[in-house]
Design a protein around this ligand. Structure first.
Ligand SMILES: CCCCCCCCCCCCC/C=C/C(=O)SCCNC(=O)CCNC(=O)[C@H](O)C(C)(C)COP(=O)(O)OP(=O)(O)OC[C@H]1O[C@@H](n2cnc3c(N)ncnc32)[C@H](O)[C@@H]1OP(=O)(O)O
Length: 269
């Protein structure tokens, strides 16, 4: 399996986003630990470049998004950078976050947010834009924007209710309070909590390996249907699912999957 390393600098000197591919997994890592991986325009641009590169690499079957330093996944959008924003600048910059969120939801590979430390504001929204979240026991999550006189601006008002329900999303967004990893697990914000960073990445890799043993086409179709249908009225959602179901039957991997089962052997996708 190919192994490669690159860094997206977004114009800064040291790379603010790293990309490492090995064993079919692309690790996309925010690398601004002194600012708790705050999301600057350079970081957002670097993340978009890295996710695009991972998505178009045939060797990549899964993506892990993470933050360097062990204290933060991302402590939110860069407050210093936003301080002087005009409303129009804020709208433009939020657009970059939405571009990243849409990209994460549109690439065919599964994306796991591996959170080790704080995921706050735009950082929590970045994790929510991934397919699902694994967290270390020391992690904390929150949407503290109201403490800055803001509201979530990277899709948190859409994705957080989908994850935890509208009532809990209202409580977290109105209060701006942080939730520890165990509470995040209990309310559905994260799928798994692991004791430490090593266990976190091992679990994420293990799940991506489990998924990559399945039909890549079927997983990609399921992702597209789930993203497209989530939050829609049932009849609209079902219609989207029917389209995806029909597409699956037209792909060779459907033939292989069925043949493998009937021949009592492992599928070769
Ligand atoms: C050039 C323009 C760039 C703009 C940004 C991109 C465009 C985005 C625009 C639209 C975005 C909309 C959606 C998102 C909105 C948000 O995310 S709002 C921010 C939400 N996050 C927060 O409010 C968390 C802020 N941080 C904290 O509360 C604390 O840091 C902490 C996490 C509780 C940890 O506290 P503590 O352990 O005491 O450490 P600190 O000393 O506070 O932090 C260490 C250093 O890191 C810096 N830092 C932390 N968070 C941020 C941040 N979000 N932005 C910038 N810098 C941050 C902190 O200032 C410290 O730095 P130094 O003082 O230099 O040591």
């Amino acid at each position: 399996m190919a192994e490669s390393e690159s860094g997206a600098t977004g114009g800064a000197d040291a790379p603010v986003v790293g990309l490492h591919v090995d064993g079919g997994v692309a690790i996309v890592e925010i690398d601004r630990p002194t600012s708790l991986n705050a999301l600057s325009v350079e970081v957002l641009a670097g993340l978009i470049d890295a996710v695009r590169a991972a998505a178009t690499d045939d060797a990549v079957r899964g993506v892990i998004v993470s933050g360097a330093g062990g204290r933060a996944f991302a402590a939110g959008a860069d407050i210093r950078g936003m301080q002087s924003f005009s409303p129009a600048e804020a709208r433009r910059s939020a657009g970059l976050g939405h571009e990243l969120g849409a990209l994460l939801e549109s690439i065919p590979q599964p994306v796991i947010a591996a959170v080790d430390g704080v995921a706050l504001g735009g950082g929590c929204e970045l994790a929510l834009a991934c397919d699902f979240v694994y967290a270390s026991a020391q992690s904390r999550f929150g949407q503290p924007e109201v403490k800055l006189g803001l509201i979530p601006g990277f899709g948190g008002t859409v994705r957080l209710p989908r994850a935890v329900g509208i009532a809990r999303a209202k409580e977290l967004i109105y209060s701006g309070r942080m939730v520890a990893a165990d509470e995040a697990l209990a309310i559905g914000l994260v799928n798994r909590v692991l004791p430490d960073r090593d266990a976190l990445f091992a679990a994420a890799r293990e799940t991506l390996a489990e998924i990559s043993a399945n039909s890549g086409n079927a997983v990609a179709l399921a992702k597209g249907v789930l993203v497209e249908a989530s939050g829609r009225r049932t009849e609209h959602a079902v219609a989207i699912e029917i389209d995806g179901f029909e597409q699956a039957f037209g792909h060779p991997e459907h033939d292989e999957g069925f043949a493998a089962f009937l021949e009592k052997r492992a599928p070769r996708f």
